[in-house]
Write a protein that binds this ligand. Structure first.
Ligand code: G3P
Ligand code: MG
Length: 246
């Protein structure tokens, strides 16, 4: 199977991360899906934004979870990236699913429950996954592995991915214990050929992030990884196309 080209934060080198401006550019560049980050608004809507607070990527301030959806969607989430993106909004997860449900995309929904716990986020996300019939196209990941457990309990039809940035001893065992479909390591941990070989022997799909260096993309394409999560889906698409012409 071909390696999936997954746009990190919706393609954060192409447009303001986690907005439709980025998602659209990523699709045009050849992405097969998106990785995006989720928090829960005060009125219970999963919203797509990376940080716990609004300052870095919007003209608002304060915690995401203290604002209701309507307030969040009045904010400008684009002009920090470039004046041509002024007016880009924070998308609700429901809007993303509505817009792309009929395209054959992979949605890697990262639940940001590692700093703010959002006890109802997994439930709210999985409700939308079911409502849009996207059980087979979503992978839930999180640095908070309790969220992965909760997700499996709420809806075992939806796959989960073991996400980590710090070293994990025998991550293949942890993935099995938590009933995860895939493992999403920081790319660094796959640079060790022995680790990579072990993952292949264990037959666990790999979704490394954030792979922006073309040489590393090639290495991972040669290894036949299931997916590569990148800020540069256009560059990765070119490498994939060049291989298919070989
Ligand atoms: O899901 C992989 C990656 O997105 C995790 O890091 O901080 O970019 O959400 P971050
Ligand atoms: Mg993320």
């Amino acid at each position: 199977m071909a390696t999936l080209n997954i746009a990190h934060r919706g393609g954060s080198a192409l447009g303001p991360e986690n907005t439709f401006a980025a998602f659209e550019k990523a699709l045009a560049a050849g992405a097969d899906g998106f990785e995006f980050d989720l928090h829960l608004s005060r009125d219970g809507h999963p919203v797509i934004i990376h940080d716990e607070t609004l300052e870095r990527t919007t003209n608002g301030s304060g915690p995401v979870g203290e604002a209701v959806l309507e307030e969040l969607q009045k904010l400008d989430a684009g002009s920090w990236f470039g004046s041509e993106f002024t007016g880009a909004r924070i998308p609700a997860l429901a809007e993303l699913f509505e817009r792309y449900k009929d395209k054959n995309l992979l949605f890697n929904a990262e639940l940001k429950t590692d700093i703010v716990s959002y006890p109802h986020l997994a439930e709210a996300v999985l409700k939308l996954v079911s409502r849009f019939g996207l059980e087979e196209r979503v992978i839930i990941s999180s640095f908070n592995w309790e969220t992965l457990k909760a997700s499996r309990t709420i809806n075992p039809k939806v796959r989960t991915g073991l996400l980590y940035a710090l070293e994990v001893e025998n991550p293949w065992d942890m993935a099995r214990e938590l009933n995860c479909y895939s493992v999403h390591p920081l790319f660094f941990y796959l640079q060790n050929p022995e680790t990579l070989a072990r993952f292949r022997r264990e037959s666990i799909p790999l979704y490394p992030w954030t792979v922006n260096d073309p040489e590393m993309m090639e290495t991972f394409l040669n290894a036949g990884l299931e997916a590569i999560i990148t800020d540069y889906p256009g560059e990765l698409a070119q490498l994939i196309r060049a291989r298919s012409g070989r």
